[in-house]
Design a protein around this ligand. Sequence first.
Ligand SMILES: [Fe+2]
Length: 254
Amino acid sequence: MRLALVSDIHSNIEAMEAVLADIKSMGVDRIYCLGDIIDYGPNPCEVLDIAIEKFAMSILGNHEEALMLVAEDFNERAMRSVEWTREKLNDPEMAREKRQKYWNYLDELSKKRQHQQGDLLFVHGSPRKPTHEYVFPKDSLDQAKIKGMFAKFDRFCFCGHSHIPGIYSETGKYGHPKNFPNGELDLRRFRKLLVNIGSVGQPRDHDTRSCYVILDNSKLIFRRVEYDYEKTIQKILDTKKLPTFLAERLKLGK
Ligand SMILES: [Fe+2]
């Protein structure tokens, strides 16, 4: 089975549609999402429509948690974005059934913080703290953190949240996918591996292209997909309410 793993879409419909087209061209059977479908970007409803229709499995991100439960470590600017997203989902111009459909979906999502399937564990943040802990390349040097995280899963763990793609070995090595031939990796080389799948809607590794992963049995493929970020940027600026840095960072990939 070919599985596409996406994460951190952040209400970016241009990025999501570009990634969906790429997923289609790759002959994928199912799409799993590792959280942060919404917030930051200008199109929460449109991205939720795709999630509801196309994702076979989704888990809670910290941005859905902020909207539905509690906003942990959100500053004033981040809260502005959460509240703008809430307004959009409650838009009185939208049919009541549609609003209900979004809130019901988010409510279900709030109950799912991780997903285990055979020897694969899927989380938003890290295997230690599934919704909140970030995994950054510099963490590969933190032996205590690596050890703590690797103690929480048996073979392969997939996460998002930091928006920086890459693999982490239990011996403390980090690898960015640009260093893998064709972005491909043979998982059979590893006894255990932690994989950050990157971000669809707000990449932060100085590459503006959307990032996602295809898992085909033991083969892992990191995909990068160009999208029209200028269009997304203009939409963010047009809202007049979303913080402008959310637009600026899309053209920097950070
Ligand atoms: Fe995120």
